[in-house]
Design a protein around this ligand. Structure first.
Ligand SMILES: [Zn+2]
Length: 166
């Protein structure tokens, strides 16, 4: 719980934190991945503090990460993007219309107006296809630098392995 943060932070601050790292990621790498609580991006890919940016959102959707990617590339020098989606993702389990129905159930007028503004929750039906689409989206996006190396991956929650698919 959030109330344990201060207590739990003591050891980290004393033994693990690296206060003098430069702001730009040393590997010039940005990872887009899902917010899923079962994924430990740094440990699973052998990455350390200071080496990369990690943008997390529901699904690891590239479209949702554009604001972060622009800042990362133009102001902090990253030149490679790796997109990760994963098996057992919640984004495979619903449709935008279903979630909108849930939101509208107990919504007041202000909430209903917000629901109407949402185009899509960016859910997907096919895991591998969704990674390929995100890679294509980034390669063709006018604000993503042309020289960017973009790759697409699946993280398998069952066994912790990663598989490149794009
Ligand atoms: Zn997920």
């Amino acid at each position: 719980m959030a109330t344990d943060f201060v207590k739990n932070n003591e050891k980290y601050a004393k033994d693990q934190h690296k206060p003098n790292l430069p702001i730009p990621p040393s590997k010039k790498l940005l990872i887009v991945t899902c917010m899923d609580a079962r994924i430990d991006t740094f440990a699973s890919l052998g990455l350390e503090q200071g080496e990369c940016h990690v943008v997390r959102n529901a699904g690891g959707c590239a479209q949702d990460a554009i604001r972060n990617i622009v800042i990362s590339q133009r102001l902090l020098g990253t030149r490679e993007i790796a997109v990760f989606h994963h098996t057992g993702c919640g984004m495979l389990t619903f449709t935008t219309d279903q979630l909108k129905d849930i939101l509208r159930k107990d919504a007041d007028d202000a909430a209903k107006a917000e629901v109407d503004k949402i185009g899509s929750f960016l859910e997907f039906k096919d895991l591998e296809e969704s990674v390929k689409e995100d890679v294509k989206f980034l390669k063709n996006h006018p604000l993503v630098l042309k020289e960017t190396k973009v790759s697409g991956w699946i993280f398998r929650v069952e066994d912790g392995k990663v598989v490149q698919v794009a």
